[in-house]
Design a protein around this ligand. Structure first.
Ligand code: SF4
Length: 305
């Protein structure tokens, strides 16, 4: 297993040079698991504290479904949100997005074997990040090889800024989470976080909205029976309703109100407390879905659950 940093890859197209034999994974990698790639029991229990692999999908249309997660490393955005109380909430997977120094370059074969040894009766794999679409080749190969052995349902969690016509073929469910203006990093926000994060606000602002990429995913789902998607927006105030409608939904076609999911901003129970009721009220008002964050409610939002 080699280690190579994606830290500098996130604003470039260097991902296109990557081999399809490897995937870059965040420290959590494949989780929660109890067995290695040969089926031998691991020494440590998973972070869920259950003696079995797997967890629940905590968000969106698939909330409550038993799943195994694969967390890829690297992201083309650097989300940090201002909360109603003036504090700043960082991306809830910083080791997969801002700081990828702990990432692992892992062979596709090895990843496939771990998944097959641990997926048990669950049959659902969620590929999350970071932003998985920055490394389409290894993931395309992984999904193709997995599906040759088992008809696993594969979901992907993406910020909707990149489309790849090979990777989408193997995906059954797309959780698209377009990022609103409040997610864009600024120096003022960074000053409150006490973390060192390299970013270029202008580049993030220009990257975060790609209507064409989102529409391509929606069209792909509508053209392929059995595929589905959701447009999941993280919200913290009423003004963002207008932004969601005017900046995104007004420019997208062939979606239903049922496909729009509002999720309260926050990566811990205290932050969620500030935003939950706004998301609830707005979802009811518009006939959209409200998303819980079950991984925070039941497991405290720690890594690996
Ligand atoms: S797009 Fe997702 S993974 Fe990337 S920085 Fe934003 S919240 Fe984190």
């Amino acid at each position: 297993m080699l280690s190579l940093s994606l830290y500098d890859f996130t604003f470039t197209n260097d991902c296109l040079q990557m081999t399809n034999d490897y995937i870059f994974l965040a420290p959590e990698a494949i989780f929660p698991i109890t067995k290695d790639d040969n089926g031998e029991l691991l020494k440590d229990q998973p972070a869920t504290k259950f003696p079995v692999p797997g967890t629940l999908q905590g968000e969106g249309k698939m909330a409550g479904v038993p799943v195994l997660f694969l967390r890829t490393a690297g992201c083309n955005l650097r989300c940090m949100w201002s909360l109603p109380n003036g504090e700043v909430s960082l991306c809830d997977t910083p080791l997969a997005s801002f700081d990828t120094r702990g990432e692992k370059r892992v062979e596709v074969e090895y990843v496939k074997n771990i998944i097959l040894q641990n997926i048990g009766m669950m049959n659902h794999l969620v590929i999350s990040g970071g932003e998985p679409f920055i490394q389409p080749f290894g993931l395309t190969k992984l999904i193709s090889e997995l599906k040759e052995e088992r008809k696993i349902h594969v979901a992907i969690e993406t910020n909707g800024t990149i489309f790849n016509d090979e990777l989408v073929n193997g995906i059954d469910f797309f959780s698209i989470s377009p990022k609103l203006k409040n997610s864009v990093p600024t120096i003022a926000k960074l000053d409150k976080t006490k973390v060192a994060i390299p970013f270029d606000p202008e580049q993030i602002e220009n990257t975060r909205k790609n209507i064409e990429a989102i529409q391509s995913i929606i069209d792909h789902c509508n053209e392929n029976l059995g595929k589905d998607f959701q447009l999941k927006f993280v919200v913290q105030n009423h003004d963002e309703l207008t932004e969601i409608e005017e900046t995104f939904l007004a420019h997208l076609k062939n979606w239903q109100p049922d496909d729009v999911v509002l999720m309260p901003l926050g990566s811990n129970p205290e932050e969620l407390e500030q935003t939950r009721m706004i998301a609830l009220e707005t979802a009811i008002e518009r006939g959209w879905r409200f998303s819980p964050r079950l991984q925070i409610t039941y497991f405290g939002g720690v890594a690996g659950v």
